[in-house]
Write a protein that binds this ligand. Structure first.
Ligand code: SF4
Length: 339
């Protein structure tokens, strides 16, 4: 559904500039922005994907992955089409790389979304599968309603939204699950086709400062961001700017889309990333896409006790007591329900 956009600027002559993501596209009349989901119609910018849902499912929050916010809880996950990145190995490229033409979507109003989440017994709503920033207006309305109905809210994002967009949505967002894909402009140019990444770090830092629950994911792609300098840069930045209590997920890449010719990330590289995170002083470093690996589990950062035992996205056991380690009684960062 077409709906007037927020956060755009009239440049005169029926030209507009979009201020939702850091591309800040200048869009002449009759044209769309880089992501193709925003169109300038007679000098007014419109979102063409408002409420257009391409995928919707109920998942455990582990699937995002988010490990320190009510482990094992069910969330309604949904996405639309389009993205402001063009990651060559995108797992969701069929929807995320939509450019034009018919959308394979169904309309769901923000009210309908919240009703569905409640009827399914979900703890919250995750905007995921494609970049949530692109259907900013819909996520804003949905998040507002969700909060009013006692639900939690989560963005699974590449973090490339503007500070203006972040400030608006931040009032209604509990969890900020952000990808930090690399730690150099060169790697970001190859992975996401953006020129510089410092704005992603700046907005992520704001999320933490604003009191959101933040978890970071780095999907390690052979030849793109598997260099020790990239991984150490991310880990030390997390420690210095988000704090050592911020979970970092180092996940394995599976060959996909335009990177189908690459091998999966070697186990040794994921374990190297994990070790770098620990060396840099992060308390909670996880491996991802490695079923049965011991570092899918949560261990107390103080005494090493096993706290949450996981297998893929399933919580096998949650031993926390009132958010504390049952052995040494240390308070564990995040929000937890007793096992
Ligand atoms: S959301 Fe980003 S890519 Fe899309 S029109 Fe706006 S600035 Fe451009």
């Amino acid at each position: 559904m077409k709906r007037e956009a927020v956060l755009f600027e009239d440049l005169g002559g029926k030209k507009v500039r979009c201020h939702v993501c850091q591309r800040r596209c200048t869009i002449p009349e009759g044209k769309t922005g880089w992501c193709a989901t925003r169109v300038n119609d007679k000098g007014i910018l419109y979102s063409s994907i408002y409420g257009e849902v391409s995928s919707l499912s109920v998942n455990p929050i582990e699937k995002k992955p988010v490990f320190h916010f009510y482990p094992g809880s069910s969330w309604l996950s949904l996405g639309s089409v389009g993205c402001n990145f063009r990651c060559p190995g995108c797992q969701n490229w069929e929807i995320a790389h939509w450019q034009e033409g018919p959308m394979d979507t169904q309309f769901l109003s923000p009210e309908g979304l919240v009703s569905k989440a409640k009827a399914a017994g979900c703890m919250g709503i995750s905007w995921t599968f494609n970049e949530p920033t692109l259907w900013f207006e819909y996520t804003l309305h949905g998040a507002k309603l969700a909060k009013a109905q006692g639900l939690y809210t989560n963005y699974v994002t590449n973090g490339f939204l503007t500070e203006d967009a972040f400030r608006e949505i931040s009032l209604f967002l509990d969890v900020y699950r952000v990808d930090i894909k690399a730690f150099s402009d060169r790697a970001y140019q190859k992975i996401g086709q953006i020129q510089e990444f410092k704005g992603i770090l700046e907005v992520t830092e704001k999320a933490k400062k604003f009191g959101m629950h933040v978890e970071v994911v780095t999907n390690v792609i052979p030849g793109f961001n598997d260099d020790v300098t990239e991984l150490r840069g991310i880990a030390s930045w997390i420690r210095n700017h988000l704090g050592p209590d911020t979970p970092w997920h180092v996940t394995s890449f599976y060959p996909h889309h335009k990177l189908s010719h690459l091998p999966p990330t070697p186990l040794s590289d994921i374990e190297k990333g994990w070790s770098i995170g620990k060396e840099e002083g992060l308390w909670y470093v996880y491996v991802g896409n490695l079923p049965g690996h011991k570092n899918e589990n949560t261990y107390c950062h103080s005494c090493g006790e096993l706290l949450v035992d996981r297998y893929i996205f399933e919580v096998i056991q949650n031993k926390l007591e009132n958010g504390r380690c049952p052995k040494c009684k240390t308070l564990i960062p995040g929000k937890f329900r007793e096992g």
